[in-house]
Design a protein around this ligand. Structure first.
Ligand SMILES: Cc1cc2nc3c(=O)[nH]c(=O)nc-3n(C[C@H](O)[C@H](O)[C@H](O)COP(=O)(O)O)c2cc1C
Length: 276
């Protein structure tokens, strides 16, 4: 079996159809198929020029209407890093990362262009928030693909949005600029593992969206995933009890039985966005 087919079967299950030969002939699709997040890093420092060059590659990503509404903050200063960790306790693994970056949505620059050039900015509605957020997400994904293609390990960190205001203050983010996601970066300490995804029959639709057989597919996914990589502990046992079988869907249901970042909308509005 080709490397890519092997990786995709590990990812989506043994019934995954084989890929056309062309995908196995290039290194990048094979790497993408077997990628994984890393949360433990070797202590080796990272060349700041390498990090800057990876930022350049991230900024090669497409952006909505060429508006380029995303920025990256490289948190190099050890004091800043320490303060960031203090703001989001419970993420001690981040300490081992030789580099940490924050991907930001920036709708401010567009407003500045309108101010400086004269035509009025008349798109003060939800789309302004949404477009900049999507651009930041695309830059994050592109950065990760570039970094992983040279053997670096990454882990995105949305936990920074648990304390959006504090992170914003620490990084000096002005109105209409906000942190979307952080990213830990370094040379991986461990190999890691391929995390199974939902079957493509549940997530890739042809012509029309369909939820046919979804519940059964998720049950099967839970079982298959638990055989390869089961959860080491269960969430909120005091509230929901000890489940006899604890799969992905139970974990995600328990995770979202608790409010998380319920103040994010208020924070974004306070940043000057009109979300209507
Ligand atoms: C936007 C985004 C935010 C994430 N935030 C966190 C985080 O705060 N902490 C963490 O440990 N992992 C975080 N992750 C990593 C996911 O948990 C990980 O991608 C997922 O479990 C699948 O594993 P894999 O990347 O190894 O395939 C994040 C991933 C994304 C895309």
């Amino acid at each position: 079996m080709s490397q890519i087919d092997d990786a995709l079967k590990q990812r989506f299950g043994p019934d995954t159809p084989s890929t056309p030969d062309i995908l196995g002939q290039y290194e990048f699709p094979v790497q993408l198929a077997s990628r994984r997040s890393h949360r433990q890093f070797k202590p080796d420092p990272l060349d700041p020029e390498l990090v800057h060059s990876l930022c350049a590659l991230a900024m090669c990503a497409p952006a909505k209407s060429d508006l380029q509404q995303r920025d990256i903050v490289i948190v190099e200063d050890p004091d800043q890093r320490a303060k960031l960790l203090e703001i989001i306790p419970g993420n001690a693994w981040m300490e081992t990362a030789p580099a940490f970056l924050v991907f930001c949505a920036n709708n401010r620059r567009q407003r500045q262009l309108n101010e400086w050039r004269g035509p009025p900015f008349v798109n003060d509605h939800l789309d302004a928030f949404f477009n900049a957020s999507v651009d930041a997400g695309i830059a994050l994904a592109t950065f990760m693909m570039a970094a992983e293609s040279v053997g670096l390990g990454c882990c995105p960190v949305s936990a920074i949005r648990n304390e959006s205001q504090k992170v914003s203050d620490l990084l000096g983010l002005p109105d209409h600029v906000f942190a979307v996601v952080g990213m830990a970066l370094g040379w991986p300490e461990q190999e890691g593992w391929i995390s199974m995804r939902l079957p493509l029959a549940a997530t890739v639709h042809t012509n029309r969206f369909s939820e046919e057989g979804l519940s059964d597919r998720i049950d099967a996914y839970d079982q298959a995933r638990a055989k390869v990589h089961s959860y080491s502990s269960q969430r909120n046992v005091e509230e929901f009890g000890q489940a006899e079988f604890y799969g992905w869907s139970e974990d995600k249901a328990r995770q979202y039985a608790h409010p998380d970042r319920a103040d994010f909308g208020d924070f974004i509005r306070a940043k000057g966005f009109n979300l209507s």
